[in-house]
Design a protein around this ligand. Sequence first.
Ligand SMILES: [Zn+2]
Ligand SMILES: [Zn+2]
Length: 390
Amino acid sequence: MKRFFLITTLFCCVSIAEAQKISISLHNELNLQTLLITPVSGRYLIVTEDGNFSLSPNQIIYVSRAGDSVMVRDMASHYGTWKRVSIVGQTDKDVIRINSITPSAPARIYDDNLGFYVDFNRLMAINIVDVDKYISGVVDAESGPNADIEFYKAQALLARTYALGHMDKHTDEGFNLCDQVHCQVYKGKSVRNPDILKATQATTDEVIVDANGDLITGAFHANCGGQTANSDDVWITSYPYLVSVVDPYCKNKPSSSWEVRIPIEKWREFLIEKGVAAETMSPDSFVFASKKRATHYEVGGAKIPTSDIRTYFNLRSSFFSADIVSNSVRIKGKGYGHGVGLCQDGAMQMAKKGISYPEIIKHYFKGVSVTHHTKVNGYDDDANIIDFDQ
Ligand SMILES: [Zn+2]
Ligand SMILES: [Zn+2]
């Protein structure tokens, strides 16, 4: 059973609007020790087991690890040290800045509430945030700022579908998702284009399901080069909806074509490493034309997955042709990324042409539909609750 977790009993004694919230571990890759926290807008309370403290607008407080506890102070006074501390917004427009001092990291701003505790010898900083605000932050981190709103809607559905399918990914650690690539990259509040939040809220609760009503794996990439890839050509798993489609929408973009040259000797070494017999190789045999996305590069009777070549030579994509130019193998490639699922450049162009987000999604994912999250297979009304008690 997978569904949104409801953070229903959060922060006793503090009145907050009951809304679906999700808990995200911030700077999950860092060994956080000391943070500088500043309310940006709205109204905040510091909530502890000994009572609450008001925060003034723009007041600066320090939240640090002190052994296995959390210490809160400002320039003038020491508030105290507790096992758990929350900073809870009192309006629905609460925004707060986190600036990690130790270790040093760029300041970021977040919607809604924060919770702190010590685990793994570090300060854990959890953003307890409205689901749609979180989704808009993910879309902001994953897309450019200048797209049309239907593109952002499509991207919001991918982010929500992922979040919904992975709400239990970190429950053992006390939160739902982390803010890294491991889950979905989240760098805080969406600020680059107001259409991103609008798109997320306009599609609230909508997710993408396959023909069986299960949440899909909503893969996406920057540019497919004119044809997307089958998932099983890139990964091991095959999905009926992650199949190669011709994409006429992503041409003439900066990442739609590229070229690199690899010394013939290096190319030969790679092929020998892959088990191709040296005597079957000649520069002529390296020539490879692929008008369509090829799953394998053929040389000397051997077949090597193009995705292996991409990984080994760190190519932008696995969609390429090869010829020989002055002692080098010239690789002329198309697209950027693994090529599976939605092509962002193509989806942006579709949105620009006025195509709606369900059509954009159905162009890249075969046999899927857009539905309300309560219609997903296995939906259960019993919410899994992550409490953030003091
Ligand atoms: Zn994660
Ligand atoms: Zn494309």
